[in-house]
Design a protein around this ligand. Structure first.
Ligand SMILES: [Zn+2]
Length: 155
């Protein structure tokens, strides 16, 4: 898959402060300065790699208070779809189609995702709660399904 990278002729250079407009975390996502200028594009591991999304699409998710289901939807798209621009209507449809899980259902989903990221029973999972929390529809990486930040937090 071709990675969308920073291009000084295409993107506004904001230095090291680049942030993903979807997950609002550090990422290599930039606003375009040439047409279409209302598009953010780049790379965010948390949002599934290549990101290309319009400003109005981001605002649609933000207004609904539902960035995390959008991230989950973006992560589950096939790799070839990740180069297409996500528009406002795509976000509206994704949010309408997103399931709503209880905490217990999210824990089941977590076990399923951890199982999917394990090569064989007993092997260590590649699930990274800091990056993969959107896969279990968690709002952030400190939700009830995430592990404690340090052993001292465990009870
Ligand atoms: Zn992101």
């Amino acid at each position: 898959m071709k990675k969308i990278e920073f291009d000084p002729k295409v993107h506004i250079d904001i230095g090291l402060a680049a942030q993903c407009p979807i997950c609002a975390r550090d990422a290599e996502v930039y606003q375009r300065k040439i047409d279409p200028t209302d598009v953010y594009e780049g790379w965010c591991d948390r949002c599934g790699g290549n990101v290309r999304i319009t400003q109005s699409a981001v605002q649609e998710a933000e207004a609904a208070g539902k960035r995390y289901p959008l991230i989950s939807w973006m992560r589950r798209r096939p790799p070839e779809a990740r180069l297409q621009t996500v528009k406002r209507k795509d976000v509206a449809q994704a949010l309408r189609d997103s399931p709503s899980y209880t905490v217990l259902e999210k824990l089941d989903l977590l076990l399923s995702v951890v199982g999917d990221t394990t090569s064989h029973p007993g092997a260590e999972s590649s699930f990274d709660y800091l990056m993969d929390y959107p896969l279990i529809y968690a709002v952030n990486d400190v939700g009830p399904a995430s592990r404690p930040r340090s052993p001292n937090c465990a009870t």
